[in-house]
Design a protein around this ligand. Structure first.
Ligand SMILES: [Zn+2]
Ligand SMILES: [Zn+2]
Length: 238
């Protein structure tokens, strides 16, 4: 399509902002001007383990089996709505612009890392069948394309279905995912540095459980990148 036609099209049929559904135009990552200035970006001094601002970090009290995690956003407001739409409402077109935001974080946080490959948190085969796609895989594939780090899908498998994590306590979350993942038998990850992609980092329990399996298979380094990370600290408490 020529640029002129694209411009005309974008004026006549503006896109919808993926965060607020307001009008937006081409080349703006499905983001309207208002959202661009007010999204819940993760910024300030960032904890090198959980990827939250240090003022939001609670990870020192937890053992997490990965080297580092990072995300462009907190899981709030429009970001929450957008990831929910990607995950549950078939809005797979949001994967690409969300990945662009993740790529910014990737360059800031992991620009110096030499990853051997990218992989993603898998869905259980039955959940994959129901949903038709794995949203984390869509994010991972796009990031692989842009960074030219190979995407390797056959590494992690989810071997049993877990309870819905929302509404459960942090301790329950770690218990829920215990033993839920495995590395494909016969795969040796000795000395490998891996970038693990997920949609949302909540307590880090899923990433940690996947990381544990990757380390058990020999991985040297596991770094995580998600589209959003939840704030765990309760308002009004320090
Ligand atoms: Zn908007
Ligand atoms: Zn932290």
């Amino acid at each position: 399509m020529s640029d002129l036609i694209k411009t005309i099209k974008s004026v006549v049929w503006p896109r919808r902002c993926m965060f607020c559904d307001g009008e937006t135009f081409e080349n703006t990552l499905f983001t309207c001007d208002r959202c661009r200035d007010s999204l819940p970006y993760v910024n300030g001094k960032i904890c090198s383990k959980c990827g939250r601002a240090r003022s939001e970090c609670t990870c020192s009290s937890t053992t997490l089996y990965y080297d580092k995690a990072a995300a462009p956003f907190y899981f709030e407001g429009g970001v929450k709505k957008c990831i929910h739409a990607l995950k549950f409402k078939g809005k797979t077109q949001f994967a690409e612009p969300l990945s662009e935001y993740m790529l910014r974080t990737f360059r800031e946080q992991y620009g110096d890392e030499a990853f051997d490959f990218i992989t993603c948190v898998p869905l259980h085969p039955e959940d994959l069948k129901l949903r038709g796609y794995n949203q984390s895989r869509l994010l991972a594939e796009y990031i692989s394309q842009k960074t030219e780090i190979p995407f390797n899908d056959g590494i992690l498998n989810k071997i049993y279905r877990t309870e819905k994590q929302s509404g459960t306590s942090p301790i329950e979350r770690f218990g829920n995912v215990l033993g839920a993942f495995e590395v494909t038998k016969g795969i040796d990850l000795s000395g490998m540095s891996i970038l693990l992609i997920d949609d949302i980092e909540t307590t880090g329990s899923t990433l940690s459980e996947c990381g544990k399996m990757l380390f058990l298979a020999g991985a040297d380094k596991v770094c995580c990148l998600s589209a959003a990370v939840t704030k765990l600290k309760k308002k009004g408490r320090s």
